[in-house]
Design a protein around this ligand. Structure first.
Ligand code: FPP
Length: 240
């Protein structure tokens, strides 16, 4: 697949805690099962025409969770990065970290940077892990990058300049399809700028139960949608 021709799918992986509670297990077991679901969607993505996959692994607001849960999530992310890198290289996956880097535990940051380096030549899938991510924060930082430059007053040129500033900090191209699991229907400060024209698919499936077939269904729903980007329908009107 040549770069730029495939879909950008972004996923808010929600419902780990409820999955665990339903089984009488600690929440951290739900996160562990969630990491297995990450492996499944990474594996399925290239075959479904997904070129970029952005996963919301830890939001800037998730620091508010109890310390033991935050620590468990950081341990899990560290383990994923350390143990999956070889597999990612094998699958041609290029990994990139999105979000703030200055508040992450050193070993998590080091594992992420090592994984970015090891996978840099991957050309089957761009996997973006959003960790300590906040879209508002990303927008503020992009605006800061523009400060001092000749910010164009013309709205189109300003939009272009801001897009470039967002890209400069590793934010991806526009999202085509945004999926949120577990029945919740909100964006929770995820890719606010990039989702301007995204199609949304919400599914009641809890994240640890999500797999390649669920992703395939969501992509099918996406392909049935008509994207007009504010224009008019180009589909022939139904007869009668
Ligand atoms: C939301 O479920 C999920 C998270 C805050 C963490 C997401 C992390 C993973 C899927 C596992 C690790 C990720 C990688 C990339 C290996 P929740 O805890 O809010 O669930 P609840 O709403 O049912 O309580």
């Amino acid at each position: 697949m040549s770069r730029g021709s495939g879909l950008h799918v972004a996923i808010i992986m929600d419902g780990n805690g409820r999955w665990a509670r339903e089984r009488g297990l600690p929440r951290t077991r739900g996160h562990r099962a969630g990491a297995a679901a990450v492996r499944r969607v990474v594996e399925a993505s290239p075959g479904l025409g997904v070129e970029t996959l952005t996963l919301y692994a830890f939001s800037a607001d998730n620091w508010k969770r109890p310390r033991p849960e935050v620590n468990a999530l950081m341990r899990l992310l560290h383990r994923y990065l350390r143990t999956e890198t070889a597999e990612l290289v094998e699958r041609g996956v290029r990994l990139k970290l999105l979000g703030r880097r200055d508040r992450l535990p050193t070993r998590v940051l080091k594992a992420a940077v090592d994984a970015e380096h090891a996978t840099r030549d991957g050309d089957h899938l761009d996997l973006q892990l959003a960790i300590d991510y906040s879209a508002r924060d990303a927008l503020v930082r992009a605006a800061e990058l523009l400060r001092g430059s000749q910010v164009p007053v013309c709205p189109d040129r300003f939009t272009h300049a801001l897009s470039r500033a967002m890209n400069a900090q590793g934010a991806p191209r526009d999202v085509d399809l945004l999926i949120r699991t577990s029945g919740e229907e909100r964006l929770s400060d995820f890719l606010l700028w990039e989702c301007a024209y995204a199609e949304f698919v919400f599914t009641p499936t809890l994240w640890p139960d999500f797999g390649g077939e669920d992703l395939e269904r969501a992509v099918e729903v996406f392909h049935r949608r008509e994207r007009r980007f504010g224009g008019l329908s180009t589909r022939p009107a139904a007869a009668g």
